[in-house]
Write a protein of this length. Structure first.
Length: 381
């Protein structure tokens, strides 16, 4: 049978057969992986491998232990032996998270940096875990497949049935599900949050952070399907639950434990925001880190970098003040000396610039930019 005939038969089967989206959750006694779902799992595993060598993972074993510990509090016993949840962090300043059907959950540094406590973290994890336990990737794929006849033609004519079958499911997992599935993840997830003893009043605050970024960055809501609920609608759904089913319910928030585990992420993410030129967000991140960590040269240096790179009126003096504060807190911290040297050199203050550059090289003799700094010193002789 040639490829053309195979394509016709496959297209006929694809168009005539409507796969059910009424699958039981992983926790059900009737749970069993189905054929197309296995393809999605296989692609998920490939995606995990690719991410692991992409340079995107944020390596912090203590942080991962903390995140996985929170996930363990949320997971119901019925998932044991069926789904092994593992939480990983990716270096990305945008507020996002996604779950793969295999149980791997990925959180961006951006969303961790914006949260305020463990209860908000639990809300996010419970939401993403529900996507996995309720098999949303395969449900999403089947729903689209059943409704979109043209997809079958595209698949068979390109000979890429297996890839698209898995790929569409993973695309949904990464970029967002339908309105119904996202709402289910919200509603089922909050049950896990409450059962674990967390304060449900923190749930809508998580989505307030998302709303704020969308408004500040003037971006379209980053979701794949147009029927995805708007952020405000989801906030209102949580607030309705707090007035009805969970009225008067309180719980733990664990802000101190959360910040102890995530403070380095806050600093790293502020650096990422600065690289993207998001000066306002980077400034808030640096200031948040300083408020948590206290006397830390790195936080003040980063805040100085925000002011220097922003370059608006009076920012230079603010930058100088922050660099000096960093040096005051840690006299062995080199980077602020280099930046002060650059400012003084730009202002024509050669003696002061030379002093700071020489101090920088003394403190960081193997600095990767040593050659550039030495050239600056030669130019001022």
């Amino acid at each position: 049978m040639n490829r053309f005939h195979s394509a016709i038969i496959l297209a006929t089967l694809f168009l005539c057969g409507c796969a059910t989206t009424g699958l039981p959750p992983v926790t059900s006694k009737d749970y069993a992986l189905e054929g197309d779902e296995k393809n999605i799992w296989a692609l998920s595993l490939e995606m995990e491998k690719g991410l692991s060598v992409s340079g995107l993972p944020y390596a912090d074993e203590a942080l991962e232990r903390y995140l996985n510990g929170v996930a363990e509090k949320l997971a119901v016993p019925e998932t044991k032996g069926r789904i092994a949840f593992r939480i990983r962090v990716l270096k990305n300043p945008h507020l996002n998270a996604f779950a793969l059907p295999t149980g791997s959950l990925y959180l961006h540094t951006g969303i961790l940096a914006q949260m305020e406590n463990e209860a908000q973290l639990a809300t996010l994890l419970a939401h993403e875990m529900t996507h996995t336990t309720h098999r949303h990737a395969v449900k999403q794929f089947r729903d689209v497949k059943n409704k979109t006849a043209w997809l079958a033609s595209t698949i068979v004519l390109t000979g890429a049935y297996g890839a698209v079958l898995g790929g569409l499911g993973i695309a949904a997992a990464v970029t967002g599900y339908s309105r119904e599935l996202e709402t289910e993840a919200d509603m089922e997830g909050i049950k896990l949050v409450v059962a674990a003893g967390y304060d449900p009043r923190e749930a809508p605050k998580l989505f307030e952070h998302l709303k704020k970024e969308i408004e500040e960055e003037k971006i379209s809501e980053p979701f794949f399907f147009g029927t995805h609920p708007r952020i405000q609608e989801r906030i209102e759904n949580y607030e309705t639950l707090l007035k009805t089913e969970y009225a008067g319910r309180t719980g733990i928030s664990n802000g101190e434990a959360f910040f102890a585990a995530t403070r380095e992420v806050i600093l790293e993410n502020a650096r990422l925001d600065l690289k993207m030129g998001r000066f306002g967000i980077a400034r808030r991140g640096a200031e948040k880190y300083i408020s948590i960590q206290g006397k830390d040269a790195r936080g003040h240096h980063l805040l100085g970098e925000v002011f220097r790179q922003k370059g608006e009126k009076e920012d230079e003096e603010k930058a100088i003040a922050e660099y000096r504060k960093a040096i005051e807190l840690d006299s062995s911290y080199p980077d602020s000396h280099k930046c002060l040297g650059m400012i003084r050199m730009k202002k024509g203050e050669k003696a002061e610039a030379k002093k700071h550059f020489e101090r920088y090289l003394a403190l960081a003799p193997k600095a990767p930019d040593r050659g550039y700094v030495e050239e600056y010193l030669k130019a001022m002789e």
